[in-house]
Design a protein around this ligand. Structure first.
Ligand code: GRF
Length: 193
């Protein structure tokens, strides 16, 4: 039986670059009985990522790769993923763009969360761009990763209303709360029988 120990669950690596609040939320979710995934590995491109602390707190293996030589780094990551029998990758605030070769190796098994209603506002500075564009709504999207930036098949989205006085920071905070819910829902949607 799949229990909170992770036995029988889909072995998952979460890739981060910064704060790791999505990582934290995914780890907590993964420890529930209903979760189809277990988080077994944390990968970051940045030694300073605050999110790496969750590895310590939850006793999950973490590895940092500097990405100076991308193709070599990706090869090393693939070795690490294989060693840990990783079956699924969740990108969560990961700021490096993975190569087509890497993505093809893990075809259909890489998810990403993006803080906009894709296909609108791919890439960075999404909140600022949504506000400047006078959008009434923004939100977040969980999607499969393909070799085009933020363009893979959409799994789920959540909308957030943008009010007149909103700054990019205020919008980011509101969307982040929804992101934490959305990632779990998307995983349940994909893997539930
Ligand atoms: C999130 O808004 C994510 O969608 C974006 O960067 C932010 C990362 O937040 N790509 P965190 O590191 O999960 O707290």
């Amino acid at each position: 039986m799949a229990q909170s120990t992770g036995y029988n669950k889909i072995k998952t690596a979460v890739f981060i670059s910064g704060t790791g609040s999505n990582l934290n939320s995914l780890i907590k979710f993964s420890r529930l009985k209903k979760s189809p995934i277990s988080v077994d590995l944390i990968i970051s491109n940045n030694h300073e990522s605050k999110g790496l602390n969750y590895g310590k707190i939850f006793k999950i293996k973490k590895k940092v790769f500097d990405f100076k030589k991308k193709s070599l780094t990706e090869k090393k990551i693939l070795v690490e993923l294989k060693k840990n029998k990783i079956q699924l990758i969740c990108l969560a605030g990961f700021l490096k763009i993975l190569s087509k070769n890497f993505i093809d190796t893990f075809k259909g098994k890489i998810l990403n969360i993006h803080p906009s209603l894709l296909p609108k506002f791919k890439g960075l500075n999404t909140h600022e761009r949504a506000i400047n564009n006078k959008e009434k709504y923004s939100g977040c999207t969980v999607h499969f990763v393909n070799s085009k930036l933020d363009s893979g098949k959409i799994i789920l989205q959540k909308k957030v209303r943008i009010y007149k006085n909103y700054t990019p920071e205020k919008l980011a905070k509101k969307i982040l709360i929804q992101e934490h819910k959305l990632y779990k829902e998307a995983i349940l949607k994909i893997f539930s029988p």
